[in-house]
Write a protein that binds this ligand. Structure first.
Ligand SMILES: Nc1ncnc2c1ncn2[C@@H]1O[C@H](COP(=O)(O)OP(=O)(O)O[C@H]2O[C@H](CO)[C@@H](O)[C@H](O)[C@H]2O)[C@@H](O)[C@H]1O
Length: 487
């Protein structure tokens, strides 16, 4: 099959969160299965500067209709591995910026609606040009769009097919990686889509007096997926639907929850080049070295075997339960333990976690940056990994943690509930500790972690259960394959 993914992030070229990892790993797994995979990505500065992309060849010059104007753009291609081509949609005015969506100081860029409507239209225009080129082009069996940035593609594609009398894709799929990000823009931006007027209203893109691109993805794709079975159920409820639960319910018959996997080429402690020592379930000596290196790297006091090291890596946002962590500050200050937090995000959370570290600088460290290598060292060097998310579509770090023998402590929501079994409730299979998403329940789980850590043989058994689980993408990719085949 020719499978076209459309995404705003792709590891290792541009990443602000799990979207980048998920699409990269799915694309690679599908290519491994012999499919021809294309991934469309905005030509952000970071991507263009990556060594793989420096050699990208110009494939198309585009003229993209955006409201009353036609804007020029360019599509460049490179192939990082067999079976996979990356298409960069370039227009420097929109994408030659340091950050993809906005800056910490000023928030989202004002022209995000223009930027991503342009991106979606450029993708469809490229597919149209390539479909006309016969065998050499990338006529798609499936066009699979991810999250709000790409959510207009399935709709724009069908509109273009009608306008040009040309079939561009057999099937469109839209995946919700996070329904909290909705591509909301002022209603006046609708004009930039050049869509028929009837799509301006409540049956179309309208959302509480504004427009929402994710709503278009949900309504106008042949199939809608999200990244865990439980989140597929949750987003149909007011509690987790972020205002779109009613819209999601109208598509319940085509909605599927397919669990993400992890890319073993990137997240495997036996081969991970970002670690000072490698290890596996059969020999954990390397993990102890990573633990010591982690503490040293963050300037923390060495920790004896009995002192638990907690790690946390995430965007510092409400979603990730930073408030629950802060509500449990006393636990980390009082107990003999270490805590390392890596993250960036909301200014008030950054300040609050930095203030927590300042209260116990030999025990608690905070690193407020995006740092891929540091995230691997935390996954490997910690004894426990914290994910007290208020909601979590899938979550990747709890799977990385299990693969790295780092026991996850997670809230019982979304994909976390689908992938972590509580060791106190299920001694035979338990891989972590789970709690409901409240500060009190997290406190209880933290205390249970002390008891678990004090019982070395039980802790080792929980580690082994996690390390021996198979979270590889091969399984998830087969589920997508079946979906692409209409099964
Ligand atoms: N400061 C930092 N430095 C280095 N790395 C950092 C970092 N902060 C975060 N990361 C990394 O970003 C990724 C985060 O992935 P998640 O899936 O846990 O969450 P995210 O909410 O971004 O993704 C959304 O999409 C994914 C993919 O579908 C869903 O799993 C998830 O539930 C949904 O919210 C991990 O690889 C993590 O290590």
């Amino acid at each position: 099959m020719k499978i076209v993914h459309v995404t705003s992030e792709l590891f290792p070229y541009i990443k602000t969160g799990g979207l980048a990892d998920a699409v990269a790993a799915l694309g690679a797994a599908l290519a491994d299965k012999g499919h021809e995979v294309a991934v469309f990505l905005p030509g952000y500065r970071a991507v263009r500067e990556h060594p793989d992309a420096v050699k990208a060849e110009r494939r198309h010059e585009l003229r993209v209709e955006l409201g009353e104007e036609f804007l020029s753009g360019e599509v460049r291609c490179f192939s990082p591995r067999q079976g996979l081509t990356v298409y960069l949609v370039c227009r420097d005015e929109f994408f030659d910026r340091r950050f993809p969506y906005g800056t910490a100081d000023r928030g989202d860029y004002e022209d995000n609606a223009q930027r991503f409507i342009f991106f979606a239209k450029a993708v469809v225009e490229t597919l149209r040009l390539e479909a006309g080129e016969g065998a050499s082009g990338c006529r798609a069996d499936v066009v699979h769009a991810h999250d709000w940035q790409a959510a207009l593609v399935p709709l724009l594609l069908r509109v273009a097919e009608r306008r040009h009398g040309q079939r561009l894709a057999e099937r469109t799929v839209f995946t919700i990686h996070n329904i909290a990000f909705q591509g909301i823009a002022p209603a006046s931006r609708f004009a930039l889509t050049n869509l028929p007027a009837e799509l301006r209203g409540i049956e179309g893109l309208e959302y509480h007096g504004q427009i929402s691109t994710i709503k278009a993805g949900i309504l106008f794709s042949d199939t809608v997926t999200t990244v865990s079975p439980r989140y597929a159920r949750e987003i149909q409820t007011p509690e987790f639907g972020c205002g779109l639960d009613g819209v999601v319910r109208t598509r319940a018959s085509v909605l599927r929850g397919l669990l993400n996997g992890i890319d073993p080429a990137v997240w495997n402690p036996a081969t991970d080049p970002l670690l000072p020592a490698q290890y596996s379930a059969d020999g954990l000596a390397g993990k102890a070295k990573c633990r010591a290196a982690l503490l040293a790297a963050h300037g923390l006091a060495p920790a004896e075997d009995g002192v638990p090291v907690y790690g946390m890596v995430c965007r510092l946002t409400e979603q990730k339960g930073v408030e629950l962590l802060l509500a449990n500050a006393e636990f980390f200050l009082r107990e003999d333990c270490r805590l390392v937090i890596l993250g960036t995000g909301a200014r008030h959370f950054e300040e609050a976690v930095a203030a927590l570290a300042a209260r116990a600088p030999t025990k608690i460290a905070v690193s407020l940056k995006l740092d891929e290598a540091a995230s691997h060292l935390i996954e490997a060097g910690a004894d426990f990994f914290l994910m007290p998310s208020l909601f979590e579509p899938c979550g990747l770090n709890q799977m990385y943690s299990q693969a790295y023998g780092t026991v996850p402590i997670v809230s019982e929501v979304g994909g976390l509930a689908d992938t972590v079994a509580d060791a106190d409730r299920d001694g035979e299979h338990g891989t972590g500790l789970t709690h409901s998403p409240t500060a009190a329940a997290m406190a209880d789980a933290l205390h249970r972690s002390l008891a678990l850590f004090a019982d070395k043989s039980r802790y080792a058994a929980v580690q082994q259960h996690g390390m021996r689980r198979d979270f590889s993408w091969a399984q998830a990719a087969s589920a997508y394959e079946a979906l692409y085949n209409g099964i």
